[in-house]
Design a protein around this ligand. Structure first.
Ligand SMILES: [Zn+2]
Length: 65
């Protein structure tokens, strides 16, 4: 079961939760009990993080053997 990041819509509290993908919409804030929405994983963010994926480290050495 994957670990997802969530953020509360009510108080803005961020937390991580182990939850099935099809149940992510039912996660609630552990602080106030308000509805929480899943946050996009950092690796999936295309804009806002500065980009430059191709120049990053790791991708070039992934297939090295
Ligand atoms: Zn909350």
């Amino acid at each position: 079961m994957p670990l997802y990041e969530f953020r509360c819509r009510e108080c803005g509290y961020g937390f991580t939760e182990l939850v099935a993908w099809d149940r992510r919409s039912g996660v609630r804030c552990p602080k106030c009990g308000g509805p929480a929405e899943p946050r996009v994983s950092t690796f999936a963010v295309g804009s806002g993080s500065g980009g430059g994926n191709t120049t990053g480290s790791g991708a070039g050495t992934a297939g090295f053997s």
